[in-house]
Write a protein that binds this ligand. Structure first.
Ligand code: ATP
Ligand code: NCN
Length: 222
């Protein structure tokens, strides 16, 4: 849309679509992710939040990551009951490393010029943004919302190195849940009930994800 068309659309009162983008490896998805997305949706009056499981999370290449299809299906299961939540395959269908700059460009192309993007990240990820590929382009593509996360202290001073007004910090109910802890619990035969949606507990058991070391199941499932 040209700036003239944009002006005409705005003058005609055409409301822009507000799309939240919740990117993550989701190995597995847990209630910390879901609460963060729900809170940002409410506070930013989002029309929809699209969850985008990573294809190849290059900054996690030092550890095994479950197959993309398993992470995608878990994300579908976890979000199915919320009419405002959806799941995108853009990152898992794109070959090579997953870069958010590509995610945002693909979603802009897919959703068209009348959509504003709000990329949702936890405080730990906000601190890393400048290490992301093509970081200088990111803030032209989306507004970033950094949500608080237990164990990751975050103050406005932490945003000082980012372009002004490019990131909003939002305090969300503290859920001290991580995918790492969920995986370790499964490996140790400890419960993950209520840390993740019920369907995820069952999916992990059905697919035998996160086997205990020495259990005979191949460790690297990627
Ligand atoms: N409990 C939580 N509260 C707020 N944000 C969270 C929480 N858990 C994850 N996030 C955010 O959700 C996004 C996706 O996270 P990711 O899928 O890597 O989960 P994770 O729990 O951090 O995983 P891992 O422990 O494997 O690193 C990131 O921006 C992360 O900061
Ligand atoms: O673009 C990058 O270089 C980049 C580097 C690290 C993380 N990200 C994105 O940040 C989101 C959370 O990633 P992660 O690894 O914490 O699950 C997810 O959407 C990733 O694609 C993006």
């Amino acid at each position: 849309m040209t700036s003239t068309e944009l002006g005409i659309a705005r003058a005609a009162g055409q409301r822009r679509y507000r799309l939240g983008v919740m990117g993550g490896t989701f190995d597995p998805i847990h209630h910390g992710h879901l609460v963060a997305a729900s809170e940002v949706a409410a506070k930013f009056a989002l029309d929809e939040v699209v969850f985008v499981p990573t294809g190849m999370p290059w900054q996690k290449s030092h550890r095994e990551v479950s197959p993309a299809e398993d992470r995608y299906l878990m994300t579908v299961i976890a979000t199915a009951s919320n009419p405002r939540f959806s799941v995108s395959r853009v990152d898992i269908d794109r070959p090579g490393n997953t870069y958010t700059v590509d995610t945002l460009k693909d979603l802009r192309t897919e959703r068209g010029p009348n959509t504003d993007l709000f990329f949702i990240t936890g405080a730990d990820a906000v601190r890393q943004i400048l290490t992301w590929y093509g970081a200088d382009e990111l803030f032209d593509l989306a507004h970033f919302v950094g949500v608080t996360r237990p164990g990751v202290p975050m103050t406005p001073a932490d945003l000082a190195h980012l372009p002004e007004d490019s990131v909003t910090l939002l305090e969300v109910p503290a859920l001290a849940i991580s995918s790492t802890d969920c995986r370790e619990r499964v490996r140790a035969h400890e419960p993950i009930w209520y840390l993740v949606p019920d369907g995820i507990v069952q999916y992990i058991a059905k697919r035998g994800l996160y086997p205990a070391p020495g259990s005979g199941v191949p460790h690297d499932r990627s």
